[in-house]
Design a protein around this ligand. Sequence first.
Ligand SMILES: [Zn+2]
Length: 247
Amino acid sequence: MTEKSPLKLLCVTAHPDDECFGFGGALMLAAERGIETSVLCFTDGQAATNRGTAATAAELGLMRRAEFAASCKILGVTRHEVLDYQDGQLEFANFSQAAALLVERIRADRPQVVLTFGGDGAGNTHADHCMVSFFTTAAFHWAAQAKRFPALGPTHTAQRLFHTTSSFFFPGRPSPLPAPWTVTLDVARVQHRKFEAFRAHTSQLPLMERFQSYFEKRVGQEHYVLAATPHPQPAAQMTDLFAGLIE
Ligand SMILES: [Zn+2]
């Protein structure tokens, strides 16, 4: 049994399967160290191209909620939740409300490390990914500011905001405009479980099959950029999201 760490990580995503595509290695490495990990996913993914055996959008949403839960279990996630935002529509959501929801969550749970997408929308440039990045980035800053949403609990200054960034582009897809990375995580040791988590997304297996050979060459590393901290500092290359934080 791993000794429990006082550190907490919050990961904010858009769709069931983002947690493993984007963040799976980071989540598993944190869990191995006894760090509490939470994944908050904005939509149930019912607008996906791959629809499995689902006859309706609502049915696909339910399937994908179950797949998300199974994937989070494999990734050792402590707490996971799917919100009720509409898949494919996050650019039209009320920005202030979405950010306030995250401010409230950050102030209540008090994570030191927050992970989300970059503004480029990640490998597939999905607008939902961009929006989750913007909501979460605003919430990271606003959770620390007493003047913002004073009714939503005492302020919390999280120590590090990381955005995922791309170190490669998918063939045959429009390329994102990624931020240069400041973090290289070696996740080769847990790569097999990352694939296991992918496979828990049964309805999305055609996507997996399409990119499997590509992934196999690339999933040994995850790249992030340190996007915000309370301490002014030059950019430095890191290999650990938690380096220097008290454990
Ligand atoms: Zn996604």
